[in-house]
Design a protein around this ligand. Structure first.
Ligand code: HEC
Length: 114
């Protein structure tokens, strides 16, 4: 089911939500996100100065696409991809990417200006 959902997220423009579709994924998403918050901040809103971008409260499809891209060696802006994020993304399978993206999208964007 997750594989089908992840595929739907990957190919459909109006993305479906890994959390809305399967609320039981919320706990797994929160667990997976503890790896992300180690760098992206406790509230996942990035670092001061913007060296580490905010990932809380961003569209799920955007986060998912960024993770897929990093796993393939591409940065979201088309520039050189961070080796840190390449290895983070490659540590996740496609279902985990979908679930963690869905969880992060539910978080409030604490500091949208950053
Ligand atoms: C070891 C530190 C570290 C960890 C752990 C980490 N990140 Fe990152 N992440 C970064 C850095 C640094 C960047 C900026 C990379 C760049 O600008 O090239 C980044 C960039 C991103 C971006 C791109 C945002 C944008 O606007 O371009 C996304 C999405 C992202 N991370 C998601 C995640 C997720 C999801 C996790 C957890 C599964 C995670 N990161 C774990 C350090 C980390």
């Amino acid at each position: 089911m997750w594989a089908a959902l992840a595929l739907a997220l990957a190919v459909c423009a109006p993305a479906r939500s890994a959390i809305a579709e399967a609320p039981a994924n919320y706990g797994l998403g929160r667990h997976l996100a503890t790896e992300c918050t180690a760098c992206h901040g406790r509230t996942a809103d990035g670092s001061r100065g913007g060296a580490i971008p905010r990932i809380a409260g961003r569209p799920e499809a955007e986060l998912f696409a960024a993770l897929k891209g990093y796993a393939a060696g591409r940065a979201p802006d088309g520039g050189p991809a961070s080796s840190t994020m390449i290895s983070v993304a490659r540590s996740l399978d496609v279902e985990q990417m979908a679930v963690v993206s869905g969880y992060l999208a539910t978080l409030p964007p604490a500091n949208p200006a950053r």
